[in-house]
Design a protein around this ligand. Structure first.
Ligand SMILES: *Cc1c(COP(=O)(O)O)cnc(C)c1O
Length: 378
């Protein structure tokens, strides 16, 4: 079975992790800041704050917004539930914004429509691995006086007009879950240009205990001060050793993902029932996912089943968040709120995309998907 995603871990990675296990540090030692600095340097931004997951990164970003009950944060309807959940963790209310029909990225026009006077921020999601139109989103956010944040869990290594992900929003969340571009097991990071915000994120990561007090403690004082309610969202040196080793291979991983996308693009150019999502002009796509839209009269469920039978694992990213039972009950959301997202959801399928996928396998997937779409008319 070809999975839809899979990590690439080699002997170098294993050696790097083993080295940490022989060192004095298991959790926060020298490798955590080394990994933070390396990712921040890669993205061309001043600070990286590593945390225990992408979800923790999103929670930390929302925390430093200082949300009060009733404050709203705009999120796209098509994303992983964690984007919206983080707003709730931080005491705000997510408001769902519809997506562009061609790219499934947050639609700046719907952002302008949905941003009420209670809006404090928007979290753009670089769905599938291409940056949103941050220029257009930022124009809306500037006009409304709200912060623009990025959920870039799909897009590490992507650029927009040469500007890297990590520099396109005030704060950017990354995930290092094994299906993402580089793996730490579980892990995440916030990229941020502002030193004071980075300090607040670090404090939140470790119980709300002031880092200066920790520094004093290290210098021989027992005193420390917990100044706000934080969490234990720390990541370990073990995880970061894997991440640092993986980061060295990120350019090769990205290049391979782009090659696979080119194979799929060429195969589907003449397949009327299998249409890749559009790529925005000026974007270097990071292809966390390769998402196709099936023809209107194709039975998506039947294609999913036929591909499984043909040894091809696929997935659907995502069920629009506002349609989940929890959100329907808690916020009264439901069908009709984001019609473009809802219509797109019914027809999308994510095909296998990971660096170790061979040309032959990509060809096999493309042929199987084309055949399944031709035969599975509902
Ligand atoms: C993976 C992902 C997350 C959550 O990351 P974890 O590391 O799994 O917590 C959040 N948002 C999006 C868009 C993701 O793809």
């Amino acid at each position: 079975m070809i999975p839809y995603a899979r990590q690439s871990v080699d002997e170098d990675d294993i050696r790097a992790v083993a080295e940490v296990l022989r060192s004095d540090w298991l959790t926060t030692g020298p490798v955590v800041p080394a990994f933070e600095e390396a990712v921040a340097r890669f993205a061309g931004i001043a600070h990286g704050v590593a945390v225990s997951s992408g979800t923790a990164a999103l929670h930390a970003m929302c925390h430093v917004l200082g949300l009060r009950p009733g404050d709203e944060v705009l999120v796209p309807a098509i994303t992983f539930a964690a984007t919206a959940n983080a707003v709730l963790y931080a005491g705000g209310t997510p408001v769902f914004v519809d997506v562009d029909p061609d790219t499934l990225l947050m639609d700046p026009a719907d952002l302008a429509r949905k941003a009420t006077p209670r809006a404090k921020a928007a979290i753009a999601v670089d769905y599938a691995g291409q940056p949103c139109d941050y220029d257009a989103l930022a124009a809306v956010c500037r006009e409304r006086g709200i912060a623009l944040l990025a959920d870039a869990c799909h897009s590490l290594g992507a650029t927009d007009k040469g500007r890297p992900v990590g520099t396109l929003a005030a704060m950017t969340a990354l995930s290092f879950h094994p299906v993402k571009h580089i793996a730490t097991g579980e892990g995440g990071m916030i990229l941020v240009g502002d030193a004071e915000t980075a300090k607040r994120l670090r404090r939140f990561r470790s119980h709300g205990i002031d880092a200066d007090a920790r520094e004093r403690e290290r210098l021989g004082s027992w005193h420390y001060a917990m100044v706000e309610l934080g969490y234990n969202y720390r990541i370990s040196d073990i995880n970061c050793a894997l991440g640092l080793s993986q980061l060295a291979k990120l350019p090769a991983f990205l290049a391979r993902r782009r090659q696979i996308a080119a194979i799929y693009d060429a195969a589907f150019a003449a397949a009327p029932d299998v249409s890749p999502l559009a790529v925005r002009a000026g974007v270097a796509h990071a292809y966390h996912l390769y998402v196709v839209r099936l023809g209107a009269d194709v039975d998506r469920g039947a294609v999913f089943t036929a591909l499984r039978a043909a040894g091809v694992g696929t997935n659907v990213h995502y069920i629009p968040v506002h349609l989940h039972p929890y959100y329907r009950e808690r916020l009264g959301t439901g069908p009709g709120l984001c019609p473009v997202a809802e219509a797109a959801y019914a027809r999308i399928l994510s095909l296998p995309m990971f660096p170790a996928l061979t040309d032959a396998q990509a060809g096999q997937v493309a042929a199987a998907a084309t055949a399944a779409a031709r035969t599975c008319h509902g």
